[in-house]
Every structure is written in C-alpha cells, then in structure tokens.
Design a protein around this ligand. Structure first.
Ligand code: HSE
Length: 400
C-alpha cells in the first residue's frame, strides 16, 4: 500500500483527491497496487470536508511520517513548493508535480536530489494538462534523437483565441477561462506566454538532454493580437495559435514562444478551446502528435495520478525523465532564427511595402493589408520593417 500526501487542495489538488478516491478500484485492478491518501496539506480550513481528518497545515507531519512514500506537490510557484519538494526528496520521499514553474526553473537540481536519495521526481502534469507527453517522449520515443517540438502548450490562451474567433471579447473569454479553472493564479502568465515558455523549456530539456534556462527563451504572448490579424490570416489559409517551438541545430537549439500562423492543412490548426497539441519529431519515427485537454482540474489530476502510479509500479528502477545542467550559449540568438512571416500594414502603405518586399500579393481587410514573406532570419525581417518606417505587424509562420 502506497501512502500519498497531497500538498495543496486547490483546483489540481482536489482533483488528485477525487481521481484517487473515484478510481481506486480501477487503479488497483490495473496495477495490483493500492493507494491511500494519508494527508492533505493546505493553509485553509476544510472543516466541512467528509475526510477533514486528512487535513494538516503542518508540513512536518508529512515529512516526518516514515509511512508517506509519495508526495504530490500541486501548490504551484517556486517558493514554498520548492522548499517542500527539497525537504520531501531529502527525506526519501518521491515527489510528483504539476508545477511547471518549479520544474522549469529548478528541474536539474531537484532531479539530482531525487537521484541522490534513491527516489523519483516526476512531472507528467507539468506540460499539456492531461495529455500523456513527458513519459511517452522519454520512454516510447527513447529510440530516437528528438529533433523538433512545436505545439499549443497553453489551454487558457487557446480557449481565448477560439472564443475570440467566435466573436467573444478578450476580457470575457479570459474570465470564462478563469471560471473553468484553466488559468494560472495570475493569468498574466498565460496571456503573456510565460506558462508556455516554462512548458517548452521542460519539453526541450527532456528531449535534447540539457536544461534550458526559461529566461533565455524569446517570449511573446497573445495580448497584441487583433481581430484583423485573424481575419487576414484566415483569408490566406491560416489560423493563428500561440506556439511553443524548439529545434535542435547542431549542438544548440532554437526556441521561442509566440503567436504563429498555422496552415489550415496542419492538424494543429484544428485544435480549439482548452485543447493542446504537441508535435514531436524524431529522427526515426518522423512526426508524432500528442493531443488532449491542456488544462483543467480532472485532466491535470489524471496526469498527476499517472505519476503516483508510476512511482509505485517502477520501484527500484532509475528515472528516465532526466537532463544535464544548463550550459552557456546553448540557445541560438532569436535574431538568427529563420521562418516566414506575416506582415501587416495600413492599406495606404501598400506601395512602401512593395518597395521593400517586391511585387507581392496582399490580402485585404478594412484599411489593412498583409502578405507572407519567404523565409528569412528574425534579424532580417526586423531590419526590413524598420526601414519601412511605418507601423508594421509581424507574426511568424509555422513550417508545416
Ligand atoms: N494555465 C495553464 C493553461 C494550466 O492554461 O494551460 C495548465 O498548465
């Protein structure tokens, strides 16, 4: 019997409790193991909860209890969660988490600490909500060199972009995403791209074997997107999605988070609402696509519980989810990365656009025009649009 402690009884924590309780028989049938929740840690009172005896406000109760072998950290953030995780690992308890901020910023240290103490630090729920992607990437694609990862990594922004396409205002869509339990405690992390940045950092660290510093990733969120960008992109056969992208280039990587035009022929273009989709390319398998609910209580809790089960059934084995420490100059300067671009200006500036880019064909919407360039570096497109000397909107185009 594995004894589990849940740290944090918010959206995900209460989901973990529910999954373990609701599916206890099913989990035991499949795994031959039983899981008992021994503690739930939260600073709030839950006196009306039917199992109020499980609740504690004191982490010492958990860390000093030799019976607890698995800790599910679903507090979030990189302060108290960081301290508790270190203490749990040092006390010989495996830790599973949905905390992408912690994994992205301190992953290497925590993985090392787990190894040193003969336990595991697993984080399936930190990327893609309920989508199995971390373990399949580490295990099922282990026979590959991973070459590229691109995808929709944030449920809140994909939900907002989808609702906006259906005519809803940005603020109303964001509020709805918050009510559904998709958004971060501070939703700026969603709409400004920070959350997707942490997730592409985790996936890339795992895929290419070297920890990526999230602070080195170029990040742009969805706040500067307008309805006319979407309409013009649509007229040219594209949707706009917030994409996390990384690619191996020699012994370095290119990596960014930004809105990107995605061809309607690409499966990712049809991924709507809270759903995420992550394309992972390997040198043998070619392209694989992982799809499912990227946020929300039950899907995320389902992934946390998958790690709880993994700990119990893989006792005595080494973790496959590991990477080396950060190295300098690992991330290629964003100005040297190459894609095609959507360029939008006021219709009155069409001649200036042609003078700079040649005889281009533009899509038109209201008083704005846009076209798609050939491939060039980000530095080159910036130089060209700066030369125009007019307000220009530039959005990357995803290679399909
Ligand atoms: N706020 C995150 C999202 C939650 O919307 O994707 C899941 O990580």
């Amino acid at each position: 019997m594995s004894k589990v402690a849940i740290l944090g009884f918010g959206t995900v924590g209460s989901g973990v409790y529910e999954v373990l309780r609701t599916n206890a028989k099913e989990i035991s049938r499949k795994t031959g193991k039983e899981f008992d929740i021994k503690y739930v840690l939260d600073i709030r009172d839950f006196d009306d909860h039917p199992e109020k005896n499980l609740f504690t406000k004191n982490f010492d109760d958990i860390v000093n209890d030799a019976e607890v072998d698995i800790v599910a950290e679903v507090i979030g953030g990189a302060t108290i969660a960081y301290e508790f995780t270190k203490r749990a690992l040092a006390a010989g308890k495996s830790v599973v988490t949905s905390n992408k901020e912690l994994v992205a910023t301190h992953g290497f240290e925590l993985l090392e600490l787990a190894k040193k103490n003969g336990v595991k630090y697993l984080f399936e729920a930190s990327v893609g909500g309920g989508i199995p992607v971390i373990r399949p990437m580490a295990r099922c694609l282990a026979g590959n060199e991973i070459t590229e990862i691109s995808g929709i990594l944030n449920g809140t922004t994909n939900y907002i972009l989808t609702q906006m396409q259906n005519g809803m205002d940005f603020d109303v869509a964001l509020k709805s995403a918050q009510e559904k339990g998709y958004a971060e405690a501070n939703p700026a992390a969603d709409v400004e791209g920070t959350d997707a940045c942490r997730k592409i950092a985790i996936l890339s660290s795992l895929a290419y074997g070297c920890e990526v510093d999230p602070d080195k990733i170029s990040v742009e969120g969805i706040t500067s997107l307008s309805l006319s960008d979407t309409v013009l992109a649509e007229k040219m056969g594209y949707g706009i999605k917030l994409i996390g992208h990384s690619k191996k280039v020699g012994d370095k990587i290119e990596i960014w988070v930004s809105p990107m035009l995605v061809s309607k022929n690409h499966l990712i273009a049809g991924v709507n609402g809270v759903f995420n989709a992550i394309s992972v390319k390997g040198n043998m398998v070619d392209e694989t696509l992982f799809y499912g609910r990227g946020a929300g209580k039950e899907p995320t809790a389902s992934a946390v519980v998958a790690d709880v089960i993994d700990i119990a059934i893989s006792e005595g084995t080494e973790s496959i989810c590991v990477w080396d420490k950060r190295k300098d100059n690992y991330v290629i300067d964003i100005n040297e990365t190459k894609t095609a671009y959507f360029v939008k200006v006021k219709s009155s500036e069409k001649d200036a656009l042609r003078a700079q880019f040649g005889n281009i064909t533009c899509a038109e919407e209201g008083d704005e025009v846009a076209f798609i360039t050939g491939e060039m570096t980000f530095g080159e497109i910036k130089a060209k649009t700066e030369k125009l000397g007019i307000t220009t909107k530039v959005i990357r185009v995803l290679n399909s």
